[in-house]
Design a protein around this ligand. Structure first.
Ligand code: 5BU
Length: 273
């Protein structure tokens, strides 16, 4: 089931997908289930943040299209820092189009997402063709990063009035179950096990990434809604995603350490360790 009481180390051993195994291994090795949402506008700021926070995070989340100066050195800089600090990269691109178009947006194109992002997310508003299209690219015989790429289905959103609820979220679970070669889990505010029939077999272990996390703030002025790190983890999130709570803090390194401790402690409590 998704709200796992198993330690990351056990899930790393058992998971069928190499990207999920690696996520859990990194979390365990660094004692961190924190993802920084690095919503920076320039390469210099992005790489500086990755180098400063790298030791304390499991995953670095990008919106690569926010950069005003994206270039070769952005991509190579990110990849070098990911290796230096042993973190993975999640591009929060939220693919949502016909299969043919998303293949082009994912691979090559201006943003070169397939080159740097271990994990991407996709919306299934248009049905599961989008998942099949991305899976086809990830599994192509000449694809350089085979077994090093995976995706999450965007099954809930944190904004007020989100339409991604109920039957929509249930549909996301059904699609994920059918595409375990490429889908390792969901972007969601909680484990999705409260949906009847969402409990899978022994081999089913969806990873939950949770946005909208902030230790001190409840909302922003544009509809964002937050929960705390310990709330997210206790409700079944496996990795919390924090943007302004960390990078806009007076001292981002002190802030990331605070989030790391709170969410790791919540994980230890959930897994009875
Ligand atoms: P914040 O500064 O922690 O509010 O940033 C949240 C980030 O997570 C930001 O990059 C959003 O685009 C992203 N996000 C979100 O906030 N809510 C969602 O449902 C999804 C992504 Br999906």
């Amino acid at each position: 089931s998704s709200k796992s009481t198993l330690p990351y180390a056990t899930r790393a051993k058992n998971h069928l997908h190499p990207v999920a195994r690696r996520l859990f291994d990194v979390a365990e090795a660094k004692k961190s289930n924190v993802i920084i949402s690095a919503d920076m506008g320039t390469t210099e700021e992005l790489l500086k943040l990755a180098d400063q926070l790298g030791p304390y995070i499991a995953v670095f989340k990008t919106h690569i299209d926010l950069l005003s100066d994206l270039s070769d050195s952005t991509i190579s800089g990110l990849k070098d820092l990911a290796a230096k600090h042993n973190f993975m990269i999640f591009e929060d691109r939220k693919f949502i189009d016909i299969g043919h178009t998303v293949q082009q947006q994912y691979h090559d194109g201006a943003l070169r997402i397939s080159e740097f992002a271990h994990v991407v997310n996709a919306s299934v508003l248009a049905g599961d063709g989008i998942i099949e299209a991305l899976e086809q690219t990830m599994a192509a015989p000449n694809f350089l990063y085979k077994d090093e790429r995976a995706m999450l289905i965007l099954s809930e959103m944190t904004t007020a009035g989100s339409l991604a609820t109920g039957d929509y979220t249930r549909f996301c679970i059904e699609i994920a179950k059918k595409h375990k070669k490429s889908v390792i889990g969901f972007v969601a505010t909680q484990a999705l096990t409260h949906f009847r029939g969402s409990e899978g077999g022994e081999d089913e272990d969806f990873v939950i990434f949770t946005t909208g996390v902030n230790a001190t703030t409840k909302v922003d002025s544009l509809g964002q809604q937050y929960q705390t790190p310990s709330s997210a983890i206790s409700r079944g999130s496996d990795f919390i995603i924090v943007g302004r709570g960390i990078y806009a803090a007076p001292n981002p390194v002190a802030a990331v350490k605070h989030y790391q401790k709170e969410s790791w402690d919540a994980y230890l409590a959930r897994t009875n360790q």
